[in-house]
Write a protein of this length. Structure first.
Length: 338
């Protein structure tokens, strides 16, 4: 039976780590009914009953195939994203998936083919930095032509949570990519800021800091990139850094430079060392992590405004990640296959 425009969206969340943030968004949103929460750890069942007053299950497949559910948030471990996304597509669910939406080229191609078959399905991914006030501020300054034409950009995703890869699930699953788990955010910002796709990449890696731990994969990856518009970029995923979790970004333009450090944003308008940069202020909003999902819900329900992260944004960003991971193996430049 076709849903009426007045009907609420019946939603479910799979994976109750960051997925609890998704659950809170659905619970508060007037256009949604939070029907199910799912996690293989039963300790979340009490939270489900007390805080969200909804059903709980340890069986993700049964929730995805439930005909009463319209929309699925997938926030499980990375190695489950592909199979759960594919099943949700085949069951005609709208999908909001945590990054990465899959882990291999083959999986990404399968998802692309399934999306082409199901064009009515709404699909997005949770690139939370796109709604963070400091990155939104940088975007506005770029659009105001403050720094002129961008010719180079460098971004670092500094994880600063070593224990999560040496003792957490990231080190226990069959495969983990720090580019897919961290640098993916920087890639998405680069595409957004420059309004141009990354054409080719070459990457280097190491795991010197985690060599004696259970983590089996590179913990640090740096990639160089050339965009279609001729600009260049450097993307670093540093998961072993001895710093708090943060993101650094430098945007070089023909008229000026924006430098984002751990806590501050500066604008340089002169090459003269005696000219101090201008500090640019921005207001931190605590609820920024919910904005991407809220915009997606609004798009599904009302269809009047595009979501912050479009389907193609998610697919394009994943394509760059795949090329970087491939370059690590081939040790050569790889063309991004969109």
């Amino acid at each position: 039976m076709k849903k009426k425009s007045t009907d609420k969206i019946n939603a479910a969340v799979i994976g109750l780590g960051f997925g609890l943030v998704h659950a809170e968004v659905y619970k508060k949103n007037k256009d949604c009914n939070l029907i199910y929460l799912c996690d293989f750890n039963r300790k979340h069942e009490k939270i489900c009953e007390k805080k969200f007053n909804c059903n709980f299950s340890i069986n993700a497949n049964s929730i995805i195939s439930n005909k009463n559910i319209d929309m699925i948030s997938i926030a499980s471990y990375d190695n489950y994203h592909y199979s759960q996304t594919l099943l949700a597509l085949k069951n005609k669910k709208h999908i909001f998936v945590e990054k990465p939406l899959c882990q291999t080229d083959r999986e990404l191609n399968h998802i692309k083919k399934e999306l082409k078959k199901n064009k009515s399905i709404k699909f997005s991914s949770n690139f939370v930095l796109r709604s963070h006030p400091k990155f939104v501020k940088i975007y506005k300054l770029i659009k105001e032509n403050l720094i002129g034409k961008i010719y180079h950009i460098e971004g670092e995703y500094n994880f600063g949570r070593l224990n999560k890869i040496t003792h957490g699930w990231r080190g226990k699953i069959p495969y983990y990519s720090v580019t897919q788990g961290g640098g993916i955010h920087i890639i998405n910002l680069i595409h957004w800021y420059l309004n141009s796709k990354i054409h080719k990449v070459v990457a280097l890696e190491n795991k010197l800091a985690t060599n004696q731990t259970q983590f089996r994969f590179p913990d640090t990856v740096t990639a160089l990139a050339r965009l279609n518009n001729g600009a260049t970029a450097k993307i670093t995923s540093n998961f072993s850094c001895v710093t708090p979790h943060h993101h650094s970004l430098t945007v070089f333009g023909s008229k000026g430079t924006l430098i984002l450090t751990h806590k501050n944003l500066f604008f340089y308008k002169s090459r003269n060392k005696y000219v101090e940069p201008r500090k640019i202020n921005f207001k931190i909003k605590k609820n920024y992590k919910s904005k991407i999902l809220e915009s997606f819900i609004s798009h599904i329900k009302h269809g009047t405004k595009k979501p912050i992260i479009l389907k193609q944004d998610a697919l394009n960003t994943m394509s760059v990640c795949m090329a970087i991971d491939k370059s690590i193996k081939t040790k050569r430049w790889e063309i991004v296959k969109y």
